[in-house]
Design a protein around this ligand. Structure first.
Ligand code: ZN
Length: 154
């Protein structure tokens, strides 16, 4: 059984540079059953799309009249650096992002007061080192949303 994991996806919006970071759950699925894995991927993808669509309509559109196009610039499927990305969404955060030797869109993400502290925490974490992070990290000012921010619908 593959355990449930959190997936982080960072999108940038042209032409203005708005940035959206979402955290969604990829449900547990049997590794032995390809259909179950596909279903888990689809659940994570549709949660991502729902958050994106809602934010574009309710967050971005009222704030900015431009016509936007978006790109996926980062994805991470390991536990990130810092506490903030484990907490609730619906807020703005400064997030460090470092490319990896596995290429786009795989990046190492996290929150830390400085880039030096970000790298210090990456170096102390074998799972993050296994992602092959490459310096430097860039600071992104993101809107952070998660698929657990559903209070108003409860
Ligand atoms: Zn804009």
């Amino acid at each position: 059984m593959g355990a449930a994991i959190s997936i982080f996806r960072l999108f940038t919006y042209r032409p203005c540079g708005h940035e959206l970071l979402v955290r969604v759950l990829r449900p547990a699925a049997s590794n032995a059953v390809q259909g179950a894995l596909d279903d888990a991927d689809r659940a994570a993808d549709s949660a991502t799309e729902r958050l994106r669509t809602e934010w574009e309509r309710d967050g971005l559109a009222p704030e900015c009249p431009e016509r936007h196009t978006s790109d996926l610039v980062a994805e991470m499927q390991e536990a990130p650096v810092g506490e903030a990305l484990y907490g609730p969404g619906g807020r703005r955060l400064g997030v460090w992002a470092a490319a990896t030797e596995y290429g786009s869109p795989w990046m190492v993400l996290g929150t830390a007061p400085t880039e030096a502290e970000f790298w210090q925490q990456v170096r102390e974490d074998p799972d993050l080192l296994g992602l092959g992070p490459l310096a430097p990290a860039e600071l992104h000012h993101v809107h952070f949303l998660t698929d657990e921010d559903r209070d108003e619908d409860a």
